[in-house]
Ligand binder design. Structure first.
Ligand SMILES: Cc1cc2nc3c(=O)[nH]c(=O)nc-3n(C[C@H](O)[C@H](O)[C@H](O)COP(=O)(O)OP(=O)(O)OC[C@H]3O[C@@H](n4cnc5c(N)ncnc54)[C@H](O)[C@@H]3O)c2cc1C
Length: 270
């Protein structure tokens, strides 16, 4: 947008980088295989500032429609802007059990599954995303133990049937993971009944919390809080906050590029 003659102000939250900084290695982004998330964030940030964007490390606490445009409030400032691109992301939900911070615990099979080719892994969760993650891993890992807390799946019958017939998959219904075991890396999981299962990776697939609350007045939200669409002219949305199914940098970047083009057209017409 800076190159289109505007002065983009980026409210980047309290720290730079977003979810990228939570992972050592980013894959599935063309041209930068195996780059660390922190390095990728630095490159993106430098590109944005070199192009003319101003970055401030503040969190939007409220966005209200003004005429014209919007007022974006943070704890220290009010910014009056003619348009907003909202891309606040979504945070993977955590189990809240000991060992969850160990290397080897992931919330993204598409991102990290490759690291466990030929190794035993566990998936924790009982919804559609857990079933999809388990199916994805079943083609890579030596075995996939799936731990479903409830007595019934919340995934589609088709996905469950595929899992049930896959020779690498073992499904454990009504089974709670109490602890993720390991000193420096994951070695297994301990279940509620005290038994242990040896695995090298644990994929936690119990959903995500979209950071959509400050956008609620200007968007239509799905039941789970993700943004279905913007309902206000001049308010654009992009990235993980819009969809739990396509959590990838390439998608967020593509969404962001579309939002920037739409915002540029909007600003040129108003
Ligand atoms: C462990 C892990 C590994 C991954 N590996 C890969 C991979 O290998 N390849 C790949 O393509 N993808 C990977 N991903 C997914 C990728 O990181 C995300 O899809 C991508 O970062 C989404 O970008 P985003 O900008 O939509 O959201 P985010 O990266 O979450 O950025 C959102 C930003 O908005 C800020 N924010 C939130 N609320 C506010 C507010 N109120 N005001 C101001 N700022 C706010 C946040 O602090 C954050 O900086 C991985 C994700 C995880 C968790």
């Amino acid at each position: 947008m800076a190159r289109a003659g505007f002065k983009p102000l980026v409210l980047a939250g309290l720290a730079p980088g977003g979810l990228l900084t939570t992972t050592e290695e980013i894959d599935n982004y063309i041209g930068m295989p195996g780059t660390s998330g922190g390095h990728m964030a630095e490159i993106f940030l430098k590109h944005a500032t070199d192009a003319g964007a101003t970055i401030v490390y503040e969190e939007a606490t409220r966005i209200t429609a003004a005429s014209p445009g919007f007022t974006v409030e943070t704890s220290s400032e009010n910014y009056d802007v003619p348009a907003v691109i909202f891309a606040a992301g979504a945070n993977p939900k955590k189990l809240g059990v000991p060992g969850e911070e160990l290397p080897g615990v992931s919330s993204c099979a598409t991102c990290d599954g490759m690291f466990y080719s030929g190794d035993p892994v566990a998936v924790v969760g009982g919804g559609e995303s857990a079933a999809e993650e388990a199916l994805y891993l079943a083609n890579l890992a030596s075995s996939v133990d799936v731990f479903v807390r409830g007595a019934a799946w919340r995934a589609t019958a088709t996905a469950v049937a595929k899992l049930e017939e896959h020779p690498a998959v073992r499904i454990h219904m009504a089974t709670v993971v109490d602890t993720i075991l390991g000193e420096d890396e994951v070695t297994g999981v301990r279940l509620h009944d005290g038994s242990e299962v040896e695995v090298k990776g644990v994929f936690v697939a119990i959903g995500q919390t979209p950071n959509s609350s400050v956008a609620a007045d200007h968007t239509l939200l799905y039941e789970d809080g993700f943004i279905e669409e913007s309902t206000v002219p001049g308010f654009f949305v992009a990235g993980d906050v819009t969809n739990p199914s396509y959590r990838q940098v390439a998608i967020a970047v593509g969404d962001g590029a579309k939002a920037a083009l739409d915002a540029t057209t909007f600003l040129n017409l108003h």
